[in-house]
Write a protein that binds this ligand. Structure first.
Ligand code: GLP
Length: 279
């Protein structure tokens, strides 16, 4: 696991925004590489807003295009239609899709209003597979360590399905609704197995309210009681956090030193071998 600690949430958004575009080949990196079609897994919540803003800025500067991009969002509330302003469909339009040149038919979110939710979940999995799987998955993290809406106790092998939301998650997300009663009790979410099938994963988190979840995910045991801890088993995960979210980590010095060495090694190998930037 690569852990990157940045000074502030704004810096995290800037670095995560640029690096994610480079990793997906959308923004030419120092090798000048651009890839063909890319499939992105996208997250919602307050944390990715700054990252999406960076993407929009790079797009407005004429540096990137999303015409070769297909997206799959992690989750959607059960019972909220895509036109409901509190839905994740609406969130994605507002914070990203309305501002870039992505083709609407290439954007996907689970259908939280489907008559048959199980069938909608199965079809979502199938669509991801049809698209060739997710190349790069963006994740936030819940204050209890959930990813997507995979609540505590989720099977670490789960695929897209309906999950009941915990009181903690509903209360954390109540700020987007008029009252706690209005927060849906269920969601349709990619499973942990679905997320783990992504080729590369970037998890971002900021603020003290995430410090416990971040410590448990990075330095605790792998357990379904902290769904994000499963990321320890993935071969290509980067966790970018701000100082506040890193507060409870025991090994910050080591993570900083590793990152400094990584930058140093990268510049050496670039000079000598022109090797892959992210082995
Ligand atoms: C919800 C979403 C998650 C997100 C989490 C944290 O539960 N389903 O994908 O990571 O909220 O959101 P925030 O970034 O607002 O703290």
């Amino acid at each position: 696991m690569r852990v990157v600690i940045l000074d502030s949430a704004a810096e995290m958004a800037r670095v995560a925004g640029k690096e994610s575009l480079e990793r997906c080949g959308l923004l030419a990196n120092r090798h000048g590489k651009r890839l063909g079609r890319v499939v992105l897994g996208l997250a919602t919540g307050g944390t990715p807003v700054g990252l999406y803003r960076q993407w929009i800025e790079h797009f407005r500067a004429g540096e990137i295009s999303f015409q070769s991009v297909t997206t799959f969002n992690l989750d959607e509330y059960v019972g909220l239609s895509s036109s409901d302003p509190r839905s994740y469909h609406a969130y994605m339009q507002e914070h990203l899709f309305d501002h870039i040149d992505i083709a609407r038919e290439n954007t996907h979110l689970p259908d939280g209003c489907a008559e048959d939710l199980n069938e909608a979940a199965a079809s979502y999995e199938w669509q991801i597979e049809e698209a060739g799987g997710i190349d790069y998955q963006i994740l936030g993290i819940g204050s209890d360590g959930h990813i997507g809406f995979n609540e505590i106790g989720s099977s670490l092998a789960s695929r897209t399905r309906v999950k009941t939301l915990t009181r903690q998650t509903r209360s954390d997300n109540a700020r987007y609704f008029d009252s706690m009663d209005q927060v849906p009790t269920m969601a349709i979410t990619m499973g942990i197995g679905t997320i783990m099938s992504a080729r590369s994963i970037l998890l971002i988190a900021s603020g003290e309210s995430k410090s416990r979840a971040i410590r448990d995910a990075i330095e605790g045991p792998v357990t379904s009681m902290v769904p994000a801890s499963v990321l320890q088993l993935h071969p290509d995960v980067t966790i970018m956090i701000d100082e506040e979210a890193s507060r409870l980590l025991a090994h910050c010095d080591y993570y900083r030193e590793s990152e400094a060495n990584r930058v140093r090694l990268k510049s050496v190998s670039l000079g000598v071998t022109q090797g892959r930037e992210f082995p």
